[in-house]
Design a protein around this ligand. Sequence first.
Ligand code: GLU
Length: 431
Amino acid sequence: MSVATVLPPQENKTNDAPSNASKLNFNRITDEQFLLAAEHMGLEDEIQKLLITPYRELIVQVPVRMDDGKLELFHGFRVQHNAVRGPYKGGLRFHHHVDLAEVRSLAALMTWKTAIVDVPFGGAKGGVTCDPTSMSRKELQSLTRGFAQKIDMALGVYRDIVAPDVGTNAQVMAWFMDEYGKKHGYTPAIVTGKPVRLGGSLGREEATGRGVMIITLEACKAYGIDVKRASIAVQGFGNVGSWASRLLAQRGANIVAVSDVKGGIFKEGGLDIDAVLAHVKETGSVVDMPGTRPCGNEELLTLDVDVLIPAALGGSITRHNVENVSAKLIVEAANSPVTPRADEALRARNIPVIPDILANAGGVTVSYFEWVQNLQQFSWSHEKVNVELEERMLKAWWNVHTRSVEEKTPLRIAAFTEALHRVAEATRQRY
Ligand code: GLU
């Protein structure tokens, strides 16, 4: 199977739409990244075929009786991409853009992510097409429990373990675990990212942001940027973006701009992130923070900063806006924020992009620690979690960066190659 037979080389419009991320075909994007690395490393066709194809895909109906008495039908997905290195592992996304192609792409990214940080998991992803922001707590709980019941047969602590993602959180994991437990008995290891009181790990909530911080510090060192003087813009102020901002600010960086779905804010000398967090808690958004000027999501991407951290949804930097990006370094905290055409344009301008599968792997790394703690029924201190996380992230950074330098290949291809080597080797040993 050659690259050409799997993926038409020409760009088609729907694969890099101007501003509507829902029109992007994320599955094609992930396949293209995979194939570039497979070609780079000379991966044999039979293994390529196996690794580009998901193992199992579930599409389920989830009917929910809404608060107004009407029965609404939601669609849920769980894609199990690969489990040669360990059980399927990946988050559950609640968002109105969710479709099978997106979940399939995110499931594959999980396989490569878990391989890069060398945790013994495969890759999976779940999603329900819904708008959680317009649903009541009761409706969300019914949706979560309904979805858990529908995919129950494909789950297990040694088969497939769920976690939070965009639009879900520790509370959703608590409902999911409770529903699973009704049939199987007490099973905390079926989800990670659950509340600490229910067996969650200390440090899991901040883990993805902490991983982004660790990788950003290393990348700054590698590309000659002094973090203490660096200006950083963060698109997205959800769990990942807000934790990354806070932890980088604690390391002396100037977070000059942050944004959320409602808009963004800018402050020349750097924002007081704790004050921004307090403002978000009070008003629900970063916008109208006193002492700052408004800065829209598109403008934020064009700011003349040292580091740009896209931490919102996929497809924020495309061929349509990439020429306006002025940052010296891009760290992908979200999944697939930079499309392949934008990636090429940035490469041509020598702007390094730290790929998502490395930069945001801190979450699943601490998910692994949580799973281990649940299985052993022994909990770790917050400090131990942070130390072990840092060790794994640094090792992953070192492996990917060294490969990129030695093989004269962009970091994304180096990261995929590193992951592919591990998964391919395990595959050959099994078959
Ligand atoms: N949803 C997160 C991610 O995309 C975490 C997944 C997990 O912990 O299993 O990496």
